[in-house]
Structure formats: structure tokens, C-alpha cells
Design a binder for this molecule. Structure first.
Ligand code: GLY
Length: 265
């Protein structure tokens, strides 16, 4: 573990923007999406950026009844070749996971959570042989316990973070662009919260917190959100080839790069 083999980067799943995207939840940094057409174009560019890095994508249609349905990361967590299907933490998002489970079950074993457990996949960051798990407004104690058991049964370690109530998910402020490396945001998590994890940590400045959410590839490319020059500089200096995607429309719905994809192989 701790290498690229244990990270899924060959096949993934995305879902198109809902026709009702303007009703998506936006309670953290987002101001609420206003333009569905522009959001669809931005999503298409995002999909192209993933495909340019070699991913074969399944593209599910958007759901009218679920304005947040493009945020597929929240619906499942891939753990050692199995898909844990989440009970999403916000009532308006219940029902998004069924079609994701159907799609993933064609490729992987699926694991169902007990009813009292709530977990958004956005609260989970895979890092080397760890699953980093956020206890947030969307992920409860039972959800944390359930996923920890699944991870441990499959030989992974877990590490739990308390996420400040000002932050949506762990992945909002933390990502792993390559084995051995974490990117996180100053002012949201504190260095001492990482005690016990061996990692090179790249801290992005607080005013660029949104850019702590990255997607890295084995070819050395890392995708970041456009408009965050200090983060681009930090990652370039670290040896990554940085490309950026305009995320402004997605950000309006509190969404980040990783929220829009599920990598499963
Ligand atoms: N808008 C994404 C979420 O709140 O789940």
C-alpha cells in the first residue's frame, strides 16, 4: 500500500448536473448556483480533464428530484475493491445512492449501511493505507464506526478528524494528490490533528482553502480549481504538473473537484 496500485485511477463514475441544480444545497462557502447551462458546460470541462488523464468514465444522467446529484463522491466509498453505499447525511440527498449502487454493483461487491448510520463519502479521504474520516454535520458516530469496521476488516487503518461546523466535509479541506502527500488548508485543520499519520503535508493558505481539494494522477498531473495561484505554485514547486478547471459554478453549490467523481477501478 502507499503506492498508486491501491488508488483507483482507471475507471470512474460521474453524474450530469440536475436540471434543478439551482436548488442545490449551499450552506457553507457557496452562494447558490444560478445558471444551469453554464454549470453543465463547466461540468463537461471537468469530465474532459478527467478523461485527458486516462479515466474511462460512466456518465449517469442528472436527476430532476435531486439537485445535488452531481456530487457522486458522497454516495459511496470504495474500500479495497468493495463499494460502501452511503446513507447520505442530508435528508434532501436521500435517494441519490440507489442508482450509484446499481451502477457500481456491475463492477464491485456493494456493502449497505445500517439505517441509523449516516455518512457522506465527502467525509472520507483515502491516503496510502489509511482512510481518513471526518465526523461532520453529515457523518454521525454510527457512520464513523461502521466505515471504520469495514476498513479494518479489509486491512486498512483509519484516522478520524472532527470537522469544524463551518466546514462541509473532510474532503472540502483535505486531499491526497499522490501517495505520501496530503494537501490541507490552514485555519480549518490544525497540524496536531495529523499527529500519528506519516505524511508530507502541503498547507495551502487560508484564503485559498477551496484549493486544498485536488485530484492527482500517476503521471504527475494534479488538477486544482482555477484561481488559486499560491496553491498552484506550491504544487508546481513540489514537482506536480498542475492543470486547473474552472469550478466557480460548482463552488456555488458547496462542491469541489473530488465531489464530482467516484473512482472505482
Ligand atoms: N451541495 C452539496 C451538499 O451540500 O451536499
Amino acid at each position: 500500500m502507499g503506492d498508486w496500485d491501491s488508488r483507483c485511477r482507471s475507471a470512474g463514475l460521474v453524474r450530469q448536473i440536475s436540471p434543478n441544480f439551482t436548488k442545490a444545497l449551499a450552506r457553507f462557502f457557496g452562494t447558490g448556483p444560478t445558471d444551469v447551462e453554464a454549470s453543465i458546460k463547466a461540468h463537461n470541462k471537468y469530465v474532459e480533464a478527467l478523461e485527458e488523464n486516462g479515466l474511462e468514465l460512466t456518465i449517469l444522467p442528472g436527476l430532476e428530484n435531486h439537485p445535488d446529484c452531481c456530487f457522486v463522491e458522497d454516495a459511496a466509498v470504495i474500500i479495497g475493491g468493495a463499494a460502501l453505499i452511503c446513507n447520505l447525511g442530508h435528508p434532501s440527498r436521500r435517494g441519490e445512492a440507489e442508482s450509484i449502487a446499481d451502477a457500481l454493483s456491475q463492477h464491485l461487491e456493494t456493502i449497505i449501511m445500517p439505517e441509523n448510520a449516516k455518512l457522506d463519502g465527502g467525509d472520507v479521504v483515502f491516503y496510502d493505507d489509511y482512510f481518513l474520516i471526518g465526523r461532520s454535520t453529515r457523518t454521525n458516530k454510527e457512520g464513523v464506526e461502521f466505515i471504520e469496521n469495514v476498513c479494518h476488516e479489509r486491512g486498512f487503518k483509519t484516522f478520524v478528524f472532527d470537522i469544524p461546523s463551518s466546514t462541509l466535509h473532510l474532503s472540502t479541506i483535505c486531499s491526497s494528490p499522490a501517495p505520501g502527500i496530503l494537501v490541507t488548508a490552514e485555519g480549518h485543520l490544525r497540524p496536531e490533528q495529523f499527529n500519528g499519520i506519516t505524511a508530507e503535508i502541503i498547507w495551502v493558505p487560508n484564503k485559498e482553502s477551496y484549493a486544498a481539494n485536488t485530484i492527482g494522477f500517476e503521471n504527475g498531473c494534479v488538477i486544482i480549481s482555477a484561481g488559486y495561484p499560491k496553491t498552484a505554485e506550491l504544487l508546481s514547486q513540489r514537482g506536480f504538473s498542475v492543470t486547473s478547471v474552472d469550478m466557480e459554478h460548482i463552488r456555488c453549490a458547496d462542491g469541489s473537484l473530488t465531489c464530482l467523481r467516484l473512482f472505482f477501478k
